[in-house]
Design a protein around this ligand. Structure first.
Ligand code: ATP
Ligand code: LTN
Length: 337
């Protein structure tokens, strides 16, 4: 695909197969992935290497990786147009990550808030992989000479360290890596928990009422929206101290394309009951086609494996060019010229 579209900018992103993605993952990341697929040369990965930092059961990891892959196709990514692949099938990621580990300072990796949060959450398993996680992410991005990385706001710091590592390497050895820019969609960048709108919606939340999974049944979606935390004012507008309502407005705006002003007008003089029903219906409609396509794809394992094999082959073809370049600069002997 890339040969005849060489001028298009390159986009790469990835998502971990740590569970069924939430509405937050969808609105904050996946929906942008799909929207970018027409205008850019896109690579999208299931980041299974990243997800062993929390030691999943092997059978669960296998199942979830394939489910996540199916879901990426179900949101409408076309495997002929974009390169959709599974990270562990492209060995260049782990290879470049090791090199970049040696160009990342212990101090800068220690400052990553995700590392701090996750090591507090799982004090019994603070492994070196968790610490080096952002460096593997840097390798994912830098291998493809990526221009833009669509991510949710929580990953911004990882993009910054990626840029720092790339600049450092380029400074030492000459131009090797393109310096990537984050792409953070405005609406949906941070969808908050329905139960605690001061926290981001997360698929690993122990309170399942806090998040909507992309594959939740329609009635479950409606129930979760109806029980979302709001406030006692019963007026729909965006404002301070109205985190719950602000969050629902953000969700509604992403699903319908309406602006906040339009939403405020639509619900002027109406209570939260009407508003929540409308938000629930909008979310159900937004996810319906994805769920239908997913149900079809997940039963066609042969097709999924065929797409994954072809995606990995295409990704590896591009990744190996950058890896070779980096290995040569560092001083490794090359077998082929
Ligand atoms: P976990 O709960 O397992 O830590 P997660 O739900 O945060 O995971 P990731 O796999 O880490 O999800 O993230 C996938 C993508 O979704 C990233 O680009 C991330 O920025 C984005 N994302 C995650 N949660 C949200 C959210 N609540 N709002 C917007 N974007 C989000
Ligand atoms: N760390 C990211 C997932 C991820 C990623 C990437 C995102 C892994 N590699 C490369 C963008 C580009 C996360 O947890 N959301």
């Amino acid at each position: 695909m890339m040969e005849n579209q060489e001028k298009k900018k390159i986009v790469l992103s990835a998502i971990q197969p740590t569970g069924t993605p939430t509405l937050g993952n969808y609105l904050g990341a996946l929906k942008n992935w799909k929207n970018m697929a027409n205008d850019y040369n896109c690579l999208y990965a299931v980041a299974d290497l990243h997800s062993i930092t929390v030691r999943p059961e092997p059978a669960d990891l296998r199942r979830r990786t394939l489910e996540m892959y199916a879901l990426l196709l179900a949101i409408g990514l076309d495997p002929e147009k974009s390169i959709v692949f599974i990270q562990s099938m492209v060995p260049e990621h782990a290879q470049l990550a090791w090199i970049l580990d040696c160009y990342t300072q212990f101090g800068e990796a220690s400052r990553m808030t995700q590392f701090k949060d996750k090591s507090e959450k799982h004090p019994d398993n603070v492994n070196v992989g968790l610490f080096a996680y952002p460096v593997l992410m840097a390798a994912d991005i830098l291998l493809y000479q990526t221009d833009f990385v669509p991510i949710g706001a929580d990953q911004k710091q990882h993009l910054e360290i990626t840029r720092d590592i790339a600049e450092r390497f380029n400074g030492l050895y000459g131009n090797t890596f393109k310096i990537p820019e984050p792409f953070i969609g405005k609406a949906g960048a941070r969808v908050m928990s329905l139960q605690d709108p001061s926290k981001k919606m997360s698929k690993s939340d122990t309170n399942v009422k806090g998040f909507i999974s992309m594959l939740d049944d329609d009635n479950v979606i409606m129930k979760k929206i109806k029980s979302a935390v709001t406030d006692s004012e019963a007026r729909v507008y965006f404002g301070d101290g109205k985190d719950g309502v602000n969050n629902l407005m953000g969700i509604y705006s992403c699903c319908t394309g309406k602006s906040f002003e339009e939403i405020e007008q639509e619900f002027d003089g109406r209570g939260y009951g009407d508003f929540k029903t409308a938000v629930g219906e909008a979310v159900i409609e937004e996810l319906r086609p994805v769920k239908e396509e997913y149900a079809r794809l997940i039963n066609d394992k042969a097709y999924l494996m065929q797409c994954a094999a072809s995606g990995a082959e295409k990704a590896s073809c591009f990744a190996s060019r950058t890896l070779k370049k980096a290995m040569k600069k560092v001083g490794f002997i090359q077998l082929d010229k």
